[in-house]
Design a protein around this ligand. Sequence first.
Ligand code: ZN
Length: 416
Amino acid sequence: MKTDSIANLDIDATRVEGMILALGAIGAHSGTGVCRTAYSPEWVAAQDLVAEWARAAELDVRFDAAGNLWARSEGSAGGKPIVSGSHIDSQCPGGRYDGALGVLAALIAISALKAEFGAPKVPLEMVSLCEEEGSRFPSAGFWGSRAIVGKITAEDCITVVSASGETIGAAMADIGYEPAHISEAVRDDIRAFIELHIEQGPILEDADLPVAVVDAITHIRHTRVTLTGQSNHAGAFPMDIRCDPMAGFAEVVTAVINHADALGRPAVTTVGQCIPDPNAPAIIPRAVTFTIDARHPDPDAAAEMYRTHDSILAEVAARRGLTLETEIQIDHPACLSDPALLAALDRGAEAAGAPTMHMASGAGHDSQQMAQICPVAMVFVRSEGGRSHTPEEFSTVDDIVAGIRVLAGALYDLAY
Ligand SMILES: [Zn+2]
């Protein structure tokens, strides 16, 4: 039934659930999970199914040179499109919702708007991106979105390899893509990008809310640290003259974690890897190598946190007579959402009658890449138990429909 109000937009919960299950059946793994790696037969089948749904909704469908799937609802005023979508590849095994939900949400929102209100003024496009996770090609995270923003070359198709040594270019060629042409996936005509994604954490559940408007993606920095001292006998060498890197390591871990605790949410710091050398019960180690993963979405607060870590490391190493080496292995600055898109999402939430909160994303997303060419923002849907990257990942269909309504409300606000 036609309506003149976005509040009554027809989003059929049963159909949404059916689409999630149909997509989840492709590459089904461990009962409720999926294993759908980039350019695999399962990935091709999933892209084809989404393309079929998009054609049925009378959208213009095409695949770009990287394999990203686009579906467009042409705008009466022409010009640059507003794009929504996410990735369709998964961890192996991952859940049914990570990435795939953002693809379906964009498709359902754009189709419902077109069915209800006709063609938009501003063109709307759905995109289903490939290889966000890096689960088949570990160094190819954000492959599809990086191709769109011009960060992938034909050379990368030869140098990027899977764990078994296969090049990503060969995997592309196997399913009919030409790696030499990947730069043709570049776009410079996107007006804005909005990505819906599951939260992958417990904050919405904690707040008893179905949906969040994401105002930033956190700064993430991985630092690899080596503290080197002197290896000696664990029994014969007195404590007061040891040069023990493990003792320094223990102090550093305590200090950096206590610092994040003291800062409070959304600061997080994790020491997830520690390699003593040698790694033996009766030897004072010669060296300890470990990682510090530290994240904060506020640029000033992140900078202050990293300065504090540097001074903790320098102080502990100097006092204990240890040699300190550090290497920053990953450094992705915070990606702040565009204020105009945030306002549109807030209005969309109000129109949809969906209670929301603002929060930062602690995980990385394709939106960070897209931010290099256009304004971006995100919508999060509550994850049961905060679970993700596991077959147990789950969001209720009611929460999903609420998220789609918020997205559709914002797209209506911006494009109609
Ligand atoms: Zn994802």
